[in-house]
Structure formats: structure tokens, C-alpha cells
Ligand binder design. Structure first.
Ligand code: FAD
Ligand code: NAP
Length: 339
């Protein structure tokens, strides 16, 4: 009997895991065929792009499908607007670089986010004040149960803060095939985030341009975040908690200098990194797992950690932040497999 295929190099946390079956999907037709086969087999179907937002336990039963479809199409519109349709298997950062190279603006704040285009709608990827929902017109997705292809317009995607219907209500029901984005030949920089603003000043360009914004984003990220090729991680391990205004007010005494971002619905977004830091985790590591000192929201695989080790450390952080501050941290990556 042949050994179970390994997923170690297919998740950026770098944890050891196997699957019953591993398939690389390069076309929609192949995906349809795979769905028919998977329906007859035991275990489920797990789709992966770059594996940068998952925690894998020891074994993933069933089929793991790596989406590697390719293709980018530009459709000029009116008034400097340009639509770009991109296949799910393309690299997200590759797309950002491509669009900037074409003189198209809109994705510059989302530079250097790892992973695939097809996973981007799942958690409505966001950074430095821009999220995918700000740019997405529509996407096409294949229903796992039937193989039928369906189009979803932005307002049908259930986008919210690091969330969508594809991650919550309809989790596992659809495989995203491609996305269509609205970009522009006219620059409209979004530079509210303090670190981004500071970096732009350092770069000292005579005129703020999206090319410059992307360059600043890449520099800040390289300084602050671990490179998954060197240090195993899945980006932010928790979402930033959004709490009621009275709850935030109550926390001000417990957390001097509480970071508060006021939302349009009256609630307040807190910094999970600050709470984790104040709870004492910055200097703490549980053997194989630790927090990244320059960004405590990122958990790192220090040395041969398993998915279970990472989840257990994450759970200890959750419990302590809950005990100290009464704030419930929600896991951001998706968890698959069994131990
Ligand atoms: P995977 O990890 O392969 O999959 C994630 C989820 O999407 C899984 O549930 C999977 O089943 C599903 N999925 C994948 N492809 C498809 C598809 N075609 N159709 C349906 N479902 C699919 N995220 C942010 O939002 N902002 C950031 O700034 C950010 N920075 C990061 C920095 C680092 C260093 C790292 C490691 C991660 C960061 N992330 C960030 C998280 C991650 O990069 C994104 O969520 C990214 O979109 C995940 O893409 P992926 O292809 O690796 O997804
Ligand atoms: P940061 O700039 O130090 O900011 C800390 C937190 O405060 C951020 O998480 C951000 O929330 C929030 N924030 C800062 N300025 C804000 C403003 N003007 N308005 C509203 N909210 C504001 O954060 P960072 O850790 O270096 O990350 C920079 C950006 O990259 C953030 O947008 C972050 O979400 C993103 N990022 C995401 C991941 C991931 O895996 N999901 C990993 C690394 C970086 P938001 O998170 O809501 O933006």
C-alpha cells in the first residue's frame, strides 16, 4: 500500500499532516470530475489554495484538492474603470503586482498577502483599511453537491469583517472558480493606517501614488510579519474583537492605553494583539509554539509543532484573555482533520 500523501509543505504553518488522497486541480472540468468521484468516496473534500489560513491536524480524511487553475482577463470599462477576472488558482500577491504593473489601482493595500485568489473571498481578506469586498463585483463558484456553476454578485456574498457566506453559513458548500474585480486607472490612495502613513513619509516620494503605497505596505509587512518560508505561521491567529461601546469603556481602566477603533455601527474594534501582549504572552512560548514578538497576533511554529500543539497554545491565549478582560477571541484560520 502506498503511503498517505503529506501536506507538510502545503500549509504555511508547516505542521505535519497527511490526507487519504491529494489531487491538484488545473481546470473546471477536472474539478467537476473530482466532485463526482469524491461523492462516492468516504471522507470529505477539503479545498486548499496556498494553505496560509488553515490549521491541519494529523490526518485529513478524504480528498484534499489543491486549486491551481490559471488565467487573468482585463476588460476595459468606462471612465478609467477596468474589470479584471482572475482564476482561483492564481497567486493573490502575483495579481496585485500584475495589476499595478498594468497601471491599475485598487489592490495596493492588499500587497504581500499570501495565498490564492480563490481563497480571498472566504474571509474577505483585508489590510490597511481596504478589503476585498471594496473591489469585488462578482465571483463564480461550483456547488460541491451538484457540480453546478453559479454566479454571486457582491451583495450576495455576505461579506463582513474577515467573513463571508463561504466561510460561515455556506462553509464547504461552494468552490470558488474565479473573481471579477473593479479597478481603476485613477489613483485613490487609502492611507489612514498610522504605520502605513509613517512608512510613506519615510519613502518620501514627491507624490503619493498606489505604486508607492504598495511599496510602503510591503516594507511594513516585511519588517513586522514572519516570512512563512522561514518561520511557520498562518498570519493572524485571531480576529480583532469588535465589542459594544459600554464594554470598551469598561475595559479602559483594565488596559491603560486601550486601542479603540470606532465602527460605523457604534461598536468598537479592539486590538487582539494588545490584549494578548498585556496578558503576558509576548514573552511566553509553550515549547514548540510561540507568539511572534513583533506582532503577538501571529502564532509561530518554533520547532516541529503539530496542529494540535498550535491549537492548544491558541486555546490557552483565548482562556487567559477571556479571564482577564472578558473578551472572547475568535479563531481566524480554518481547522481541518483529526488527531
Ligand atoms: P487556504 O489556507 O488554502 O484556505 C483557506 C480557506 O479557504 C480554507 O477553508 C479553504 O478550504 C478555503 N479555500 C481555498 N481556496 C478556495 C476556493 N477556491 N474556493 C473555496 N474555498 C477555498 N489575511 C488577510 O485577510 N489579511 C492579511 O493581511 C493577511 N496577512 C497574512 C500574512 C501572513 C504572513 C499569513 C501567513 C497569512 C495572512 N493572511 C491574511 C491570511 C491568508 O493569507 C488569507 O486568508 C488568504 O486569503 C488565504 O489564502 P490561501 O489560498 O492560502 O487559503
Ligand atoms: P496595525 O497597523 O498595527 O493595526 C493594529 C490593528 O488596529 C489592526 O489589526 C487594525 O485592524 C486596527 N487599525 C489600525 N489602524 C486603524 C484604522 N485607522 N482604522 C481602523 N482600524 C485600524 O496592524 P498590523 O498587525 O500591522 O496589520 C496591518 C494590516 O494587515 C491590518 O489591516 C491587518 O488586518 C492586516 N494583517 C492581517 C493578517 C491576517 O492574517 N489576517 C496578518 C497580518 C496583517 P484590522 O485588522 O481590522 O485592519
Amino acid at each position: 500500500m502506498s503511503a498517505a500523501p503529506r501536506l507538510d509543505a502545503l500549509n504555511t504553518l508547516g505542521v505535519a499532516a497527511t490526507a487519504d488522497r491529494l489531487v491538484v486541480v488545473e481546470s473546471e472540468r477536472a474539478l467537476q470530475g473530482l466532485l463526482r468521484e469524491a461523492a462516492d468516496q468516504r471522507g470529505g473534500l477539503v479545498v486548499l489554495g496556498g494553505g496560509s489560513n488553515v490549521v491541519l491536524k494529523r490526518h485529513v480524511p478524504g480528498t484534499v484538492a489543491i486549486i491551481r487553475t490559471r488565467g487573468t482577463h482585463i476588460v476595459p470599462g468606462r471612465g478609467g474603470r477596468v474589470n479584471v477576472s482572475v482564476a482561483a488558482g492564481e497567486s493573490w500577491h502575483g495579481l496585485v503586482r500584475f495589476t499595478i504593473g498594468q497601471g491599475l489601482y485598487g489592490l495596493e493595500n492588499l500587497a504581500l498577502i499570501p495565498g490564492s485568489v480563490g481563497a480571498a473571498p472566504l474571509q474577505n481578506i483585508g489590510a490597511y483599511g481596504v478589503e476585498l469586498a471594496d473591489r469585488l463585483i462578482s465571483l463564480r463558484a461550483m456547488e460541491v453537491a451538484s457540480g453546478a456553476v453559479r454566479e454571486f454578485h457582491r451583495e450576495e456574498c455576505g461579506f463582513a469583517y474577515r467573513d463571508s457566506r463561504f466561510k460561515s453559513a455556506d462553509a464547504g458548500r461552494f468552490i470558488i472558480l474565479d473573481v471579477t474585480l473593479a479597478l481603476s486607472r485613477e489613483a485613490q490612495p487609502v492611507i489612514d493606517y498610522p504605520e502605513l502613513r509613517l512608512e510613506l513619509q519615510r519613502l518620501g516620494g514627491s507624490r503619493i501614488s498606489p505604486v508607492l503605497v504598495a511599496e510602503a505596505v510591503v516594507r511594513v509587512r516585511r519588517r513586522k510579519l514572519p516570512d512563512p518560508r522561514r518561520v511557520g505561521n498562518a498570519g493572524s491567529f485571531f480576529k480583532n474583537p469588535v465589542v459594544s461601546a459600554p464594554k470598551a469603556e469598561g475595559l479602559r481602566a483594565a488596559v491603560p492605553g486601550l486601542v479603540e477603533h470606532f465602527q460605523s455601527d457604534g461598536r468598537v474594534k479592539l486590538s487582539a494583539a494588545q490584549l494578548i501582549d498585556r496578558a503576558g504572552f509576548k514573552a511566553r512560548a509553550a515549547g514548540k509554539v510561540g507568539v511572534w514578538p513583533r506582532q503577538p497576533l501571529v502564532l509561530i511554529n518554533r520547532d516541529g509543532a503539530s496542529g494540535a500543539d498550535v491549537l492548544a497554545f491558541g486555546q490557552s491565549i483565548r482562556a487567559e484573555v477571556q479571564r482577564l478582560y472578558g473578551v472572547s477571541l475568535e479563531l481566524e484560520p480554518q481547522v481541518y482533520g483529526v488527531d
